[in-house]
Design a protein around this ligand. Structure first.
Ligand code: PMP
Length: 416
């Protein structure tokens, strides 16, 4: 029996009329069972039996092209990165067993923060155990009761959770709508603290924010600006600093949040900033203080990878080619896409509904291609998406192979 399957013969632990706390999950349980009842393979429990490279793995005993990872720059098997991890494991052991503010700051943690400062050319860098915790920690610590957060309605879950944890007034605006954002800012009472939160690349549709305009509006109203660059670090901008760099607003953004779990190729999160008081956050930010720091092997792989990404312009150019080729190819085949042109390394294919989305996902996995099936609540406007994310290590030939797989699967499922 697979994980999460209901076992009706087991007695439920309830007394009297006490509600079962799990009853709120009934719609999700019904959705999942309905999907599996249609006979499709479970798209949410695929196992990578062996990983061969950033773009290939064995799934269901078969070699599969990976087109649904966040391994944009293909750093996970870089020999220098792997070697740095092995060396740190041998020299410093498997884990720190403590918080950054107690026994959990090793030389490697300092070194990865130095690498980030160099990468972004900024004064301060603070590393968290995940990108999720970086958003949770920074947002909840800097915007508290009585402050206002103005944010895009399609913001990542970690941003929403950070807002909630900090208890600030939350004012969402329509996705990427500059006027709607300005309207919200105009209504905030005089003298209140204001934080505008944007993302460089929105990960569901792969579209980018109009940062030049939005940052200018935020500054006009005296708001601080935080930009989550999780999906653009390493790839977008001349130096891979993200959409903030591409839009020419590095000096106007107060905080950049990022992750090591995408282009950097490991795990961890960070915030970089030029704010003169930034370092105090190390003492007051609870998701930084009250958790164990990253293992030495992880920070060593991260700093090696970040320094190599500074020299990544050829890879960046190839990834742009891949993204444009896939986007144009899918469009020519008749698929409906999340953006008119390729704006990032994510190309989202819009599915008519979850059933056909799952059918298409299964047809692709049977072809030997893995993509992400995304559904509400992660997706905007209740969409079901097949999210394709490209890697700088996909060859041009592989992208054409992928297009052939999409054509056959799309015709078999009746989507094109
Ligand atoms: N921000 C955004 C925009 C993300 O998409 C993600 C993860 N998908 C995160 C933050 C969290 O990153 P991490 O995986 O490091 O927790």
């Amino acid at each position: 029996m697979s994980e999460g399957t209901i076992q009706p013969d087991r007695p439920q632990v309830r007394t009297g009329d006490t509600p079962d706390l799990f009853s709120k999950f009934d719609p999700v349980i019904a959705m999942r069972e309905g999907l599996l009842a249609s006979g499709v393979e479970d798209p949410f429990s695929l196992v990578m039996e062996k990983v061969l490279s950033p773009t290939r793995a064995i799934c269901n005993g078969r070699e599969t092209i990976l087109l649904g990872t966040y391994n944009y720059m293909g750093m996970t098997f870089d020999p220098d990165v792997v070697e740095a991890g092995k060396q740190a494991l041998a020299d410093f052991g498997s884990g720190t067993t403590g918080s950054r503010v107690l026994n959990g700051t090793y030389q490697g943690h300092r070194d990865v923060e130095d690498a980030l400062r160099e990468f972004y050319d900024m004064d301060h860098a603070m590393v968290f155990s995940t990108g999720y915790q970086a958003n949770l920690g920074i947002i909840s610590t800097i915007a508290g009761k009585g402050d206002y957060i103005v944010l895009d309605i399609d913001s990542h879950a970690s941003i929403w959770d950070g807002c909630k944890l900090g208890d600030a007034e939350i004012v969402p605006f329509k996705h990427n709508d500059i006027e709607a954002m300005e309207k919200r800012l105009r209504r905030i009472p005089e003298g209140a603290g204001k934080l505008v939160i944007l993302e460089g690349v929105y990960s569901m549709l792969g579209d980018i924010a109009p940062l030049a305009e939005m940052v200018a509006v935020a500054k006009k109203y005296g708001a601080m600006v935080l930009v989550d660059e999780a999906h653009s670090m390493g790839f977008i901008g001349d130096n891979g600093r993200g959409v903030v760099e591409q839009a020419g607003v590095m000096d106007d953004v107060d905080f950049i949040i990022g992750t090591f779990s995408k282009s950097v190729g490991t795990v961890g999160g960070f915030c970089v900033s030029n704010h003169p008081k930034f370092e105090i956050l190390r003492l007051v930010c609870r998701p930084y203080v009250f958790t164990a720091s990253l293992p030495p092997s992880v920070v060593a792989t991260a700093s090696t990878s970040i320094r190599k990404l500074m020299q990544g312009s050829n890879k960046r150019a190839h990834l742009w080619e891949n993204s444009k080729t896939l986007h144009q190819g899918l469009k020519d085949l008749g698929f409906q896409l999340g953006t008119d042109t390729a704006q990032s390394a994510i190309v989202a294919v819009i599915m008519p509904d979850l059933e056909r989305g799952a059918g298409m996902w299964e047809a692709l996995i049977n072809e030997g291609l893995y993509v992400n099936l995304a559904r509400p609540p992660a997706t905007p406007a209740n969409m079901t998406l097949l999210r394709c994310s490209l890697c700088a290590e996909h060859s041009e030939e592989e992208v054409h192979t992928i297009l052939g797989m999409f054509e056959r699967a799309g015709k078999a499922v009746g989507i094109i």
